[in-house]
Design a protein around this ligand. Structure first.
Ligand code: ZN
Length: 434
């Protein structure tokens, strides 16, 4: 029994055949439709006819966010302007905004992909979906909205914020699915608890976009809202690749199924740009298979993840990747080891005696010329400082870092609340070498 909007391919062999067909189409389309791509291909000495197998993707040059910036306002455009029916833009925290063009078919494909997300979250046309993400030039609201309409459930396009109205709609309209960021999901769950709404509402699922949710956060949301833990879903997505809705973790939560009939995902070592071995963390590099207005060819997303092995109990042919584990831009090299702050983050989050804030300080000792690393952490909130406690924290972290990352470090333990906080991205790595 198939899920509505699922891929038409029945097995890996059929998927690969579809991917090869899409790859050949994309390469031809981009080469003939875009000066930027043609120039890149010519410089790399590769022609569309050189793509005969899926492995030939490795002959193709990479595309980066720099290409998007240089092509502003309509980068990578591969169709005549009159074919474009919509643009979207990212919020753009660094440099210029990323602007992407869409043809009617691109918008249609995106709606189908997103409808598949609702399908994988076991929604039905009976569902009532309260869409509490931003509507505007960015992709979130439009993605959830068009996907919901394509799927055939009832949409309630409320947008973010406005807690009173959110709660009223939950009660009056019998909302069964709420879509929002995980932070807003937590806020809404607190309101549901506070206003004693649990017996009065029909909410049974939440789908989170744009921000990853930790296990602890999901547990808390489930406890407060009464929504079952396995009915909380994560939707990944980036503006460059249509927007949100390019995959979803199904109810078994064995990783995020990604729509491999719409794009190829390569995982590469960000230093060597060679494929990582199976199960290893690498940078997500995507190539679209049907995108018309602004196709992506080996686009370096800078996001890090790994592929999940084996099959999912749900029986889907769609492969899975892990949650986003960090950004390759954040990587630093220490004593010839590639280290990601997210890895240190992960180690610290498993040690209950420390808080969530930390700093990594790198320096070189003049005498020996050797590199050293100090990790500054805070004692968890409410713990009484003592010599033994601090010693225990230091030893535990030093041991875990040595065991998991294979390097030595020193640890400094500080009072809770003493490290700087910021609402935006907090700077964590201070490289004082040189
Ligand atoms: Zn599954």
């Amino acid at each position: 029994m198939g899920r509505p909007f699922d891929a038409t391919v029945k097995n890996e062999k059929e998927l690969k055949a579809l991917q090869l067909e899409g790859l050949k189409w994309t390469v031809n389309h981009a080469y003939n439709g875009s000066d930027t791509y043609r120039k890149k291909f010519d410089e790399a000495g590769v022609k569309p006819k050189d793509i005969k197998t899926l492995d030939d993707i490795r002959k193709l040059p990479f595309t980066t966010s720099k290409d998007l910036q240089e092509g502003y306002p309509f980068p990578l455009l591969s169709v005549p302007m009159e074919k474009v029916i919509r643009i979207h833009a990212s919020s753009g925290t660094t440099g210029k905004r990323k602007v992407l063009c869409y043809t009617a078919k691109d918008v249609d494909d995106w709606a189908n992909m997103f409808a598949r997300c609702y399908s994988y979250a076991d929604c039905t046309v009976e569902d009532r979906v309260q869409i509490a993400v931003g509507y505007g030039v960015w992709t979130a609201g439009w993605g959830f909205q068009n996907g919901c309409e394509r799927f055939g459930a009832m949409s309630i396009p409320i947008g973010p914020g406005n807690t009173d109205m959110q709660c009223q709609f939950l009660e009056d309209f019998g909302t069964t699915v709420m879509t929002c960021t995980a932070s807003m999901g937590l806020l809404m769950s607190e309101e549901i608890e506070k206003r004693n709404l649990r017996g009065k509402i029909a909410l049974k699922k939440m789908i989170f976009g744009s921000e990853r949710s930790s296990d602890a956060m999901r547990k808390r949301i489930s406890e407060l809202s009464g929504v079952a833990y396995d009915q909380l879903f994560d939707i990944p997505g980036m503006t460059e690749l249509y927007g949100p809705g390019t995959g979803l973790d199904c109810r078994y939560h064995t990783g995020i199924h990604y729509w491999a009939d719409y794009y190829i995902l390569e995982l590469l070592n960000p230093e060597t740009l060679e494929p990582v071995s199976e199960g290893e963390v690498g940078e997500m590099v995507v190539t679209t298979l049907r995108k018309e207005a602004a196709p992506l060819i080996r686009y370096r997303t800078r996001d890090l993840t790994r592929l999940m092995p084996g099959e999912c109990p749900c029986g889907s042919v769609m492969p899975r990747h892990d949650r986003i584990l960090g950004r390759s831009d954040d990587m630093f090299i220490f004593r010839a080891v590639n280290i990601y702050p997210s890895h240190i983050d992960q180690i610290l989050s498993n040690i209950k005696e420390v808080g969530s804030e930390y700093q990594i300080i790198l320096y070189r000792k003049e005498k020996s010329g050797k590199d050293h690393m100090t990790i500054k952490v805070e004692r968890a909130q409410g713990l009484t400082p003592s010599h033994d406690l601090d010693k225990h924290i230091r030893k535990t972290i030093e041991h875990e870092v040595k065991k998991q990352i294979l390097v030595s470090c020193d640890v400094e333990v500080e009072d809770y609340g003493s490290l700087p906080r910021s609402e935006r991205k907090t700077k964590r790595v201070f490289d004082n070498r040189e």
